[in-house]
Design a binder for this molecule. Sequence first.
Ligand SMILES: [Zn+2]
Length: 173
Amino acid sequence: MNKYTGEYRQIVNELIKKSFPSLKNRKILILEINHPIYWWSWAFAFCFFKMNMIGVSQRTRKMDLISKRGLFVHELCHIENFRKNSRRHGTFLIYRYLKFLFNKSYVAQNERQTDIESIKKGYGKEILHLKIFVLKKESQKMQERRKKMGYLTPEQIKQYMKKFKNQRNLKVK
Ligand SMILES: [Zn+2]
């Protein structure tokens, strides 16, 4: 552990306490890994049998705190989803990982859904910050590619924020 992973650990612990009750008793490894599976990613989540891991790229060190929180909410949503599905057979997991590696639109679809879940949990602002931070670092070509693949745009994030806020207000009344 270095001072960066120490900071990540603190962010993750706070998020779990507040918004991920199902992950409270799970051990989650946080490692800095400089060559993540996808070259465009800043972090990724990996679960296998009882193991949970979040791999973080070193370039995440320069991210602002709000974006970092968005990043870890997103990764925790991945882990929560994997855990919901892991009651099913192990081969299902392997099948899913293969699909992740070879089917780019499945990846985009999954990423989109994970962002939507993060917004639903009340982290729209964080996801928006993260999205804008990441887009600033990317070429125009890459941004277009992401859009085509189905990743959420900042505009769509704002729409979902409004939608879930309205739903919450309705519930209060
Ligand atoms: Zn993701």
